[in-house]
Structure formats: C-alpha cells, structure tokens
Design a protein around this ligand. Structure first.
Ligand code: SF4
Length: 181
C-alpha cells in the first residue's frame, strides 16, 4: 500500500496529454463562425444538441467546445436548452427506436430557419451500431440533414469547421441538402 501511494505521488500522471491545438486558429475559426452567423441570421448562432443514441464519445467533444480551453461562448456561439431557441440541431448517435419520436418532435419544435447537423459516424449511417435491432439508422432516416460531420468522434475543431462551412454555403432559411464536412 505504501509503495502504491508513493508511486502515485511521485510518478507521472496517467492521464493523456492534451491535444496540440493552436489557440489562435481556434479563436479565428470561432470568430469566422460568429461573423457568418451574424451575416446569415443577424445575430449569434444558437445550438441545441440532441443525443439520439450516442455512446457519449461525440458529446465529450461537443462539450469541449464550452470548456475553458475552447470556450466558444466568448464568440457568441451558444448552446441552448430548448429547440425553440435554436438555429442548429447538433444530433449525435445512431437514432435508436426509443429516440425516433423525440428527435422528430424536437425537429418540428425548432423554428425556421433551421439546420440539422449529423455529428459522428453513427449519425451518418448508424456506424458501429448499424443493423442493431434497437436502431433506426442514421439521422437522415428520421429528419432531413443539412450537414454530416464524420469522425468517431469528430474533434471540436472539426465541429467548428463544419458549422462554419454550413453557414457559409447553405441557402438562407435552411435546406435539406446533405453534405459532408
Ligand atoms: S461516432 Fe463514435 S464516438 Fe460518436 S456516438 Fe458513434 S461510436 Fe460514439
């Protein structure tokens, strides 16, 4: 026991090193996203995240956008609690049968203009859960998807790049166009 305690006090931490992310590049990306939102919507972007059956790996990366490291709220990009306040639905996971109706109702509760972004490989086509008896499939099996951001999970930087591409290229008022970031 004493040896174990000594090792834990003197040994190197067992956690992984944080990723090498260029803080300036992240800030510029978030600023560009805020500018695009103001051009498109006349105000900052609001996002409602929907976990439609994810393993929560994608959520960890999405949550990172709000941590002290990325802190995208300083650029006006906000996660909101209600779809009625959202411009973008950020949907993760294969859509489980239990979440199909909730996702559909959330989509209908979101006012136009709105965009749906399918985040992660599972949200694209079911990913590792494809074919499961509990899964409907990718997000587009339930609601129209405007953008797919692949990855398992995609990084916070990939999420910002995807949202920026969406606002810069999509038609005003939302669209049913499906693209990959
Ligand atoms: S894409 Fe990967 S991290 Fe995201 S929900 Fe699927 S298995 Fe989890």
């Amino acid at each position: 026991m004493r040896k174990l305690l000594l090792e834990s006090f003197t040994g190197a931490p067992l956690t992984e090193r944080p990723p090498d992310v260029d803080d300036g590049a992240v800030a510029e990306l978030a600023r560009a996203l805020d500018r695009a939102a103001r051009r498109r919507l006349g105000r900052s972007l609001t996002i409602r995240q929907v976990d439609a059956g994810s393993c929560n790996g994608c959520e960890l990366e999405i949550h990172a956008l709000n941590n002290a490291f990325y802190d995208v709220e300083r650029f006006g990009i906000r996660f909101v609690a209600s779809p009625r306040h959202a411009d973008v639905l950020l949907v993760t996971g294969p859509v489980t049968k239990n979440m199909r109706e909730a996702l559909d109702r959330t989509h209908r509760a979101t006012p136009d203009p709105k965009w749906v972004v399918a985040v992660g490989d599972c949200a694209v086509d079911g990913g590792v859960f494809a074919g499961s008896y509990a899964v409907v499939g990718g997000v587009s099996a339930v609601v129209p998807v405007d953008l797919h951001i692949p990855g398992c999970p995609p990084s916070p930087t990939a999420l910002l790049k995807g949202l920026l591409a969406l606002l810069e290229t999509s038609a005003s008022g939302g669209s049913n166009r499906s693209t990959k970031a």
